[in-house]
Write a protein that binds this ligand. Structure first.
Ligand code: SF4
Length: 254
C-alpha cells in the first residue's frame, strides 16, 4: 500500500557556501549512509544512523533557494555524503525540484551503489557527477573500502553512455597508492572514458582522525602520514600527462 506521507531525506548536515565539490559557489548537502568503509574516510560519522535533519525535498529546496544569488553562473548545489545514491529517490525528487527553480545540481558519489532505476534516473537528471575512482582494481576496493569496483565501473559505463559530464577523484595515500606505477594503472581506466573531463588527485590528510576516536571506531590508517603537497603536485602532473588535456570536453554546461 502506498503511503501518503511525504518522503523525507536523512541528512547529516548542510554547508551553505562550499567551494570544493564542483564549480563555483555551492550549497552542499551531505547525505547519511554509505555502502563503503574506506580506510581513509574522514567522515565516518556519515556511515550509518540518523542525521541532524529529516526534511522533505520541498523544505530543503526552500532553504537552498535563499542562497541562489550567491551561486552565480557556475555554482549551484552538490549532493554529497556519506553516499547520496543510497537515498536516490529522495535525491531525485530534490534534483527535479531544484531544476524547476533553475538551480544546477552536481552529484558527489563513490558510485558504490547498484544501478537501480532510481539511481539511473538521478544520474541522468544531474548536471554533472563527481565520482571517486578509489582504486584501479577490485582487490584494492575489497582491501581498503570493504566493497567492490563493479558498481563503480557500471556507473561510469552508464554515465559514458549518456554523454554525461564527469569529474573523477582519487585520494592518494602514502604507502598505498602513491607511486607512478599505480597512477599508470588508474590512467588505464580513465582513458577508457571520454566522458571524464577532469581527474583530480587529492592528498590523504589526517584531519578526520579525531572522529574515529570520538566514535570509538578503530582507525585503520592511524600512524599514516599526510601526503606532502609537493608529492601530490608531482603525481597530478604525471596523471595529467597520461590522460591528456580534457578540460574542453565538458558536454553539459555546469
Ligand atoms: S565512500 Fe566516502 S563516505 Fe563512504 S566510506 Fe568511503 S570516503 Fe567515507
Amino acid at each position: 500500500m502506498q503511503s501518503d506521507m511525504p518522503r523525507r531525506g536523512n541528512i547529516h548536515s548542510v554547508e551553505s557556501l562550499a567551494a570544493l565539490d564542483g564549480k563555483g559557489i555551492r550549497y552542499e548537502v551531505f547525505f547519511m549512509g554509505c555502502p563503503f568503509r574506506c580506510a581513509y574516510c574522514h567522515n565516518p560519522d556519515t556511515w550509518a544512523g540518523e542525521g541532524t535533519m529529516h526534511p522533505t525535498a520541498e523544505e530543503l529546496v526552500a532553504k537552498i533557494v535563499r542562497y541562489k544569488p550567491y551561486f552565480g553562473k557556475d555554482g549551484g548545489v552538490t549532493l554529497s555524503g556519506g553516499e547520496v545514491l543510497v537515498q536516490s529517490e529522495f535525491a531525485l525528487e530534490l534534483t527535479r525540484l531544484l531544476h524547476e527553480k533553475g538551480v544546477n545540481v552536481a552529484l558527489d558519489t563513490s558510485g558504490g551503489v547498484p544501478l537501480t532505476n532510481s539511481v539511473k534516473s538521478l544520474l541522468a537528471e544531474a548536471d554533472m557527477t563527481i565520482l571517486d575512482l578509489k582504486f584501479y582494481d577490485d582487490d584494492g576496493y575489497r582491501r581498503y573500502c570493504r566493497g567492490g569496483i563493479e558498481n563503480v565501473l557500471a556507473t561510469l559505463d552508464f554515465l559514458q553512455s549518456r554523454g554525461a559530464c564527469v569529474w573523477l577523484r582519487t585520494v592518494v595515500v602514502p604507502g598505498i597508492n602513491d607511486s607512478e606505477k599505480e597512477i599508470e594503472k588508474y590512467a588505464d581506466i580513465v582513458r577508457r572514458y571520454d566522458c571524464v573531463s577532469r581527474w583530480q588527485l587529492l592528498a590523504f590528510h589526517t584531519m578526520g582522525f579525531a572522529k574515529y576516536d570520538k566514535l570509538g571506531i578503530a582507525n585503520p590508517l592511524a600512524g599514516t602520514p599526510a601526503l606532502p603537497k609537493d608529492r601530490l603536485a608531482q603525481l597530478q602532473d604525471y596523471a595529467d600527462s597520461l590522460i591528456g588535456d580534457r578540460y574542453g570536453k565538458e558536454t553539459k554546461s555546469l
